[in-house]
Design a protein around this ligand. Sequence first.
Ligand SMILES: C[S@@+](CC[C@H](N)C(=O)[O-])C[C@H]1O[C@@H](n2cnc3c(N)ncnc32)[C@H](O)[C@@H]1O
Length: 420
Amino acid sequence: MARNSRFFDDKHPWSETKDALLGNYLTPFFTKVYNASRDGIIYVDAFAGPGRFKDGTIGSPLLALEKYQAVCKSRRAKRPIQFVFGEAKRGLRRQLEANATDATNSVGYIKQPIIKDSFDEAMDCAVKVAVVGRKRPSTYFYYVDPFGFKYLRMAALLESPNPNHTEVLVNFNTVGFIRDACEALRIAIDVPSGIEILDVGFDDADLETERIQRLNAAIGSDEWKSIIEAVRDKSMNYWEAEYRISQLFCCNARRKYAYVTSMPIKDMSRMVALGGEIKYRLVHMTNNADGCILMNDEMLRRKQNQQDTLPGFLTLDVDGKDVQPEVVQQAMRDAVMQYPVGKQFQMRWVAAYVISRCGVFMNGTTLLRTYLKQLIEEGLIERVDKYRKDGKPRDNFAKETLVYRSPTYQTTIEFDGSSL
Ligand SMILES: C[S@@+](CC[C@H](N)C(=O)[O-])C[C@H]1O[C@@H](n2cnc3c(N)ncnc32)[C@H](O)[C@@H]1O
């Protein structure tokens, strides 16, 4: 691990972006799940590190402990939580034990964190452990931040005992993945000059079959091979392949999670002409529409802080890709058409559907105001509560607003058609 031996000396600027995203997300996340988590919360940080960097800044496990305590502070009823940490290096595990004990010693509603030797053991423990008696915990959050992908397994992320109340945030190292995929397939590709890959790849002793199995296990299928072959054949460029690899990871996560979003984390001081060098991606998975919208909005805030300014007339997503309004409008229509005529649904469900399919490019409320509004004006859907107290028509786009597909919409279309 020579290349990572100084990782915990001080934070890279892009690590700060990652921490800011996690930290800023955890406050609304814990607040959102608090009341519904009577049977406790399991919080897993499966590649935890020591908890504190040498420069004194806190690492992800202590960040989560702090955020939870801050949310609990103002509430009389405390929700019990079990933190489960994984760390493979003995020395770092010891530091983590000491740091976590310091942080939780006098806090009665936070149990002593469980610290395991590996990602696999931490994930396995999370599936089995209870917080309140023997009841199934109400809520799970998995934070998965490996150096590379070698010990990451998609299957473990999809195995929560309570999938409807589980969220996952993963650091997926697409650039390291491509390097190791090329090595495993013995394919040479043109790598853009200047790319700096910090994680360690396979050991020389790892067999070719084992490498391929690990790549399959990390991303969740073997479809990555055709992407790498396309780069070899020069029918796809390197950065397009990086994007496709991230999309494949997201697509495989959708087997269990309805809403999956991703954003690249960049070193903005390098590859400036490209808008920064992609170091890895943060991928968020959830079955909860609010979670998806909150993460979408937080990713957009990080992008504004971290990244490039956008040309005014284009809508670009967090990948810098041009978002076509007609594609978004069609996704919004598809989202609405999932519901039978007359069945009520909240605006948040269609917003999350569109974000998960079209990417992170616009905050949730603006998305509804821009694209759902058209469907209301067209008569495809109606608000359940149409008028305000003063008799004026409602025009809000709050996420909880109930709407339904209008029973008269189809008739209007038929009438228009027959009158032509
Ligand atoms: C990127 S660092 C995590 C940093 C941490 N999230 C933070 O913000 O402070 C990855 C950590 O995973 C540990 N690690 C490596 N292999 C592991 C495995 N198989 N299981 C658990 N931890 C592992 C490394 O020793 C390292 O401390």
